[in-house]
Design a protein. Structure first.
Length: 447
């Protein structure tokens, strides 16, 4: 990927070759090194580099054409400018984004800011392999009923991002991270095979505790090796922080200003300022939180990211905005733009505030560890969900693992039925969230 001076030079060459053209160009280059331990015990090593570039060009009538590229070759970009100008009259005639100006975006963090300092130190592929093999060995040895670790990986990633346009705005960022997952399978005598795993991410391999990931994955699997059945019916429910974030993210149209404008949301403009959840619930999108490893510092329009309050004590306070939706709502751009043929918005890093504790819920409830089949069991436009899950029946202090169980409900009703939140937040890949208790949901258990 090019440095800022090279990107500015590229824009100058585009303007020299295409006088008067107005355009912006954004993209990323992702380099991955990954190791996996096969069931045979051999080590699989791989590396990849992916580059994606989006070019937007405005014609003389203010219409916009968009072209996707895979390189920053000047010749290809100049051809893409012509293609974009030809396509511009066929694009939208309303709600067209303007070319971002430096004055229209929030102040970018300086190069000396702690958030911009690359905290990761790259290691060799051999070092990655040795670390993963140790973690897999620890997980295999955790319990005699664990039969294998078929899914596992350890990756280090370096991401280079940029945004630049012909009005003079130019931004770049480099970030790195290391992540792993260990997913084991096992079987207790007289029971069906079960599987469970755990995930971890840090700035560097030195900070990543693979032994802890193996320990959590092993204890989770062992806890589910001897499941039982319960009658179908209504039960008090506790979602783990990870499970609640997965469910909340499946209904992302709740917080998308673009979805509201497209009438594809469960909320409307009038929902702002209204009570949409229990007063116990407060949710923000906090991309620069210290636990968000390798955050994006700006969005697809070059706008700086920032903390956005979504729900405050049950009241809908904010939405994800890009420049067009912010103008339609007469509010500030929140830096959530994803740029493509159509601009969209999306989350960076959820932060669900902790509560006062679960009280009696942790003594009598259905505890949902992990939701499954989220791609198929959620109707985001109707608000309904019906999802298989991995979890427990907790009663009188006893935990019974469950199998062949499904939880069903309505997201808007669920949010208003939240009865308690744990005092401790759980760190997940999409944010931070405590365990969340809901007074009652429908549980179906296959006989």
């Amino acid at each position: 990927m090019l440095n800022p001076n090279e990107i500015k030079a590229l824009l100058s060459k585009i303007q020299a070759a295409k006088p008067g053209v107005e355009c912006d160009i954004s993209g990323s280059s992702i380099a991955d090194q990954t190791v996996k331990v096969k069931e045979s015990g051999s080590l699989d090593q791989s590396a990849s580099q992916r580059t994606g570039v989006t070019l937007r060009v405005w014609n003389s009538q203010g219409r916009i054409g968009v072209v996707q590229l895979t390189s920053l070759d000047l010749g290809e970009i100049l051809l893409a400018v012509d293609v974009a100008l030809e396509a511009a009259p066929l694009g939208p005639s309303e709600d067209i984004p303007a070319l971002p100006k430096l004055a229209g975006v929030a102040e970018l963090l300086s190069a000396e800011s702690p958030e911009l300092v690359e905290k990761s130190v790259s290691v060799s592929i051999e070092t990655l392999g040795a670390a993963l093999e140790q973690g897999v060995s620890q997980l295999r040895a955790f319990h005699s009923d664990i039969q294998g670790v078929p899914y596992n990986a350890l990756s280090q990633r370096r991401v280079e991002r940029f945004y630049a346009n012909t009005s003079g705005l130019c931004r770049t960022q480099v970030s790195s991270s290391v992540s792993t997952y260990l997913y084991a399978r096992g079987q207790a005598e007289g029971h069906n095979p079960r599987a469970a795993g755990h995930w971890g991410e840090e700035y560097s391999l030195e900070n990543l505790n693979i032994s802890e990931v193996a320990k959590v994955a092993g204890s989770t699997l062992v806890a589910h090796l001897r499941p039982g059945k319960i009658p179908s019916g209504q039960y008090p429910i506790v979602f783990s922080g990870h499970a609640f974030l997965d469910l909340l993210n499946s209904f992302g149209n709740l917080f998308s200003a673009q979805n509201i404008l497209d009438k594809q949301s469960l909320h409307s403009k009038e929902s702002l300022g209204q009570e949409v959840a229990s007063e116990l619930l407060s949710v923000s999108d906090d991309p620069l939180h210290e636990f968000n490893i390798a955050p994006a510092l700006f969005d697809g329009e070059g706008t700086s990211v920032r903390k956005t309050t979504l729900i405050e004590r049950g009241v809908l306070k904010g939405l994800w905005h890009h420049s067009v939706s912010a103008k339609a709502f007469a509010t500030e751009n929140t830096g959530h733009a994803r740029v493509g043929a159509k601009m969209t918005v999306g989350p960076w890093f959820y932060n669900v505030a902790p509560g006062a504790g679960l009280g009696d819920f942790d003594k009598d409830c259905i505890w949902i560890d992990e939701l499954q089949a989220l791609h198929a069991g959620v109707n985001s436009l109707q608000g309904s969900f019906s999802l298989p899950f991995q979890g427990f029946r907790i009663q009188n202090g006893q935990k019974l693992s469950l199998e062949s169980v499904t939880v069903a409900g309505d997201i808007l009703t669920l949010l208003k039925s939240i009865s308690a939140l744990d005092v401790k937040q759980e760190r997940a890949s999409g944010g931070l969230c405590p365990a969340v208790a809901v007074s009652s949901l429908s549980i179906t258990c296959e006989s």
